[in-house]
Design a protein around this ligand. Structure first.
Ligand SMILES: [Zn+2]
Length: 479
């Protein structure tokens, strides 16, 4: 991110910025003075002349097409749309596609990057978050969440599932939600627990109820963009570095979540866990399981039958060793609903291009090239399938008239992308976050020509650095 990207933009885009009044032709970089620094306001505009990858079965790809957006909603997608009086965004040389939908991401720990040290087991992900998590304040969570969102939006992610497993008091949930609302992202906030908190008491039902009342009683509080969930503690004792609750306590916690009408999410990689949850009759369409790397064929069928969804974090899961393999192909065959996810941006990049790429390669490597899995499947996984898995399939995940305008523009003419060929191949094989040019969430432009809008990126970074230093000082660790 940051400076490299900035320079990259200046040279590669060449000033092809649309004024609110009409398309401005591509200009040399030196002629950029006088062009609007700010994007068009939320309202009505047409994204003109891009290579539309709608991920909508009926619309498909259209090599040169327009997308008409009004009041946060997609009005029309097609060639040479006749629209009068709307602002125009020049999308020539760019892929226009739905934003990426992340389905599981611990945004709170992104500020822990300085403490991760490859090759030192004490400085691995679990130990760092376990040791430093208890020393967080709500301010630290707010800053880390802002940092993660700055990364995510710059990388084309328009929906996140904030899997918040260091909620030490309701004020931590407030801090996360304030960052999410201020940033303008769409998604789910799943209220979890406190790192190193007690494992023999129920979850913070009161805090969850308070959060529900404060932030979700009126949809306008989150601009209609967020919904609430519950992140469950692990339920198989002895198999998680974070510890686990008993199955009896899981019944109690999940029962409370269901009484409040909240979806449940669970890290579920241990072998046999799906069988246990099925025996306990805990599975349902309101449950998301994370990390399908050790499931059996029978378990894959159970999950599909119950309507339970899986989230796959391919970048992290790729490093779990030969015994753990992502059951992507098998779960697709079983008919399960699947999503892609970032997991932990303290150790892995929030890069959905890489997440798609690595999952494609791992699947091909494991099962050979004849599975029928193509780049298109990965693109669907990262957009519409992920949206469906969060219950947002009717709202976002494809460029379909009537859906909310969560749209990204990806530059096809950057050196790593040009000359442009098949867009799915470009996106899965070649693209990187630096190619993301413009990001809209609900019709609001959050990234404009590679720069975050209304976010002081330098301050966000500085604040995260300060938090990292303060947390480390409070913990007296690492020495
Ligand atoms: Zn996770």
């Amino acid at each position: 991110m940051g400076m490299n990207k900035h320079i990259n933009r200046r040279t590669a885009i060449g000033g092809a910025i649309a004024a609110a009044t009409g398309i401005v032709a591509a200009q040399p970089a030196s002629a950029r003075q006088g062009y609007p620094k700010k994007p068009p306001r939320r309202g009505e505009y047409v994204i003109r002349g891009g290579h539309v990858v709608s991920v909508d079965q009926e619309i498909g790809d259209i090599p040169r097409a327009d997308v008409h957006v009004k009041n946060g909603r997609i009005v029309a997608v097609g060639e040479k749309l006749s629209v009068r009086g709307a602002a125009e965004i020049d999308a020539r040389g760019k892929i226009v596609m739905p934003g990426f939908v992340d389905t599981h991401w611990h945004l709170w720990n992104s500020a822990m990057r300085p403490f991760m040290l490859n090759g030192d087991p004490d400085r691995g992900y679990f130990n760092v978050t376990n040791v430093l998590g208890p020393h967080f304040t709500p301010t630290d969570t707010y800053r880390a969440t802002r940092l993660a969102l700055a990364e995510g939006i710059s990388a084309g992610i328009t929906t996140v599932h904030d899997w918040s497993h260091n909620v030490r008091s309701p004020e931590f949930a407030d801090a996360s939600l304030r960052a999410l609302v201020e940033t303008g992202i769409r998604g789910r906030f799943s209220y979890g627990w406190a790192q190193r908190g007690p494992l023999d008491v129920p979850m913070d039902v009161e805090g969850i109820a308070r959060t529900k009342q404060r932030w979700f009683a009126d949809a306008d509080t989150t601009n209609g963009l967020l919904h609430l969930g519950v992140a469950s503690r692990n339920v198989v004792p002895g198999q998680s570095p974070r510890g686990a609750i008993s199955i009896e306590l899981a019944h109690e916690d999940w029962g409370s979540a269901r009484e409040m009408g909240l979806p449940i999410t669970l890290h579920a990689s241990p072998a046999g866990l799906v069988t246990l949850l099925e025996e306990e009759q805990l599975l349902g369409p309101d449950v998301q399981l994370v990390h399908p790397t050790l499931t059996t064929a029978a378990e894959n069928d159970i999950v599909a039958e119950r309507g339970t969804v899986w989230s796959m974090s391919s970048i992290g899961e790729a490093g779990r060793g030969p015994a753990e393999q992502i059951q992507y192909y098998e779960l697709l065959q079983a008919g399960a609903l699947l999503g892609l996810s970032v997991d932990s941006s303290s150790i892995d990049s929030a890069d959905m291009f890489s997440a798609m790429r690595i999952l494609y390669k791992m699947t091909t490597n494991r099962l050979g090239p004849d599975t029928g899995i193509t780049h298109r499947h990965l693109l669907e996984l990262a957009t519409i399938d992920s949206a469906r898995s969060l219950g947002l399939g009717d709202e976002v995940g494809s460029l379909t008239p009537g859906k909310r305008a969560d749209i990204i523009l990806v530059n096809q003419l950057d050196p790593n992308m040009a000359p442009p060929g098949d867009p799915a191949t470009q996106l899965v094989s070649l693209a990187q976050p630096a190619n993301v040019d413009t990001v809209l969430v609900d019709g609001r432009i959050l990234l404009w020509r590679g720069e975050l809008v209304d976010v002081d990126t330098e301050k966000v970074v500085r604040d995260a650095q300060q938090s990292a230093a303060e947390i480390s000082a409070r913990a007296g660790w690492p020495a």
